[in-house]
Design a binder for this molecule. Structure first.
Ligand SMILES: N[C@@H](CCC(=O)N[C@@H](CS)C(=O)NCC(=O)O)C(=O)O
Length: 291
């Protein structure tokens, strides 16, 4: 081990300097809003405030899947929250998610608007509301929820651990990258063994467990995350790749991945989604050609 930085923690931590990390300008050690800003409200029953990160994609994929099944009550407005610019700290957003992280959902279909935050809670809420993508009988329900909650507990090691230290930290720390690369490879092996014996994570049916895990671990094996495909030898996880390709072939998944996307090919970026036809007319390539 050669490159451990020298640091002796003081007896009490204080926040006195920007740390140089990729998100230093928005990270703070306190919660709550930084500024007054009401959230926009569109015409549909569901109002989503999000960005097409893996956590954001889970919800847009789910909503597009529900619409594809014919659940018109799942029509939604997807508003863009630019987390790099601190929009998650606006007062309106904090009222929907006191944790100031995307995705956040308001269901305005009832007499009283209802908020849901945390992507796993949003997936469960929508699955129960529409009776889809979550088995109602055991043992399938328990298996589906086990993998859903596996994702919620595991992905922070991938994003906040591996991704942060491999791609975003201002210094490459061998100890941190080793620790999280080992854990992420172990997680990929967990998934690979499960998907060797089962078509989908919950069993023979596609469920919210797959919808939650795909944007993170499917994205990793497809080489979309952190430029780390070669470093993590993702080609070894053949069953995860087979599963990721099957999910990616779903039209609703293709649409869900485009919503609130602000990077990549212009034709894949639908900054806001207010109507099913927006996929044909409001992607950035089309909007820029008109202006
Ligand atoms: N456990 C949360 C995690 C949400 C999360 O970490 N969102 C990130 C984007 S992927 C975010 O909003 N970050 C902004 C910030 O940390 O200030 C969930 O699954 O909804």
């Amino acid at each position: 081990m050669t490159n451990l930085p020298e640091y002796t923690p003081p007896s009490v931590w204080t926040w006195n300097k920007p740390n140089g990390g990729a998100f230093a300008s928005v990270n703070r050690p306190v919660a709550g809003p930084t500024h007054e800003k009401e959230l926009p409200v569109g015409r549909h029953p569901l109002q989503l405030y999000s960005l097409a990160t893996p956590n954001g994609q889970k919800v847009t994929i789910m909503l597009e899947e529900l619409l594809a099944l014919g659940h018109t009550g799942a029509e939604y407005d997807a508003w863009l929250i630019r987390i790099g610019e601190g929009e998650q700290f606006g007062s309106g957003f904090v009222e929907v998610n006191p944790n100031s992280k995307i995705p956040a959902l308001m269901d305005r279909s009832g007499a009283t608007p209802l908020r849901v935050f945390e992507s796993g809670a949003i997936l469960m809420y929508l699955a129960e509301k529409f009776g889809a993508f979550l088995p109602t009988t055991q043992p399938a329900r328990a298996e589906c929820l086990s993998w859903l909650f596996w994702q919620m507990g595991s992905a922070p090691y991938l994003g906040g651990g591996f991704g942060h230290f491999y791609a975003y930290a201002p210094v490459k720390i061998e100890y941190a990258i080793d620790r999280y690369a080992m854990e992420v490879k172990r997680q990929l092996d967990v998934l690979d063994r499960r998907l060797a014996e089962s078509e989908y994570l919950g069993g023979s049916d596609y469920t919210i467990a797959d919808i939650a895990v795909f944007p993170w671990y499917g994205g990793l094996v497809k080489g979309w995350q952190y430029g780390a495909a070669e470093f993590l030898s993702v080609h070894e996880y053949t069953h995860v790749l087979r599963w990721a390709d099957a999910i990616l072939a779903r039209p609703a998944v293709k649409r869900g991945r485009m919503v609130n996307r602000v990077s990549g090919d212009l034709s894949s970026q639908l900054h806001e989604r207010h109507d099913a036809d927006d996929f044909n007319t409001k992607t950035q390539d089309k909007l820029q050609a008109q202006s």
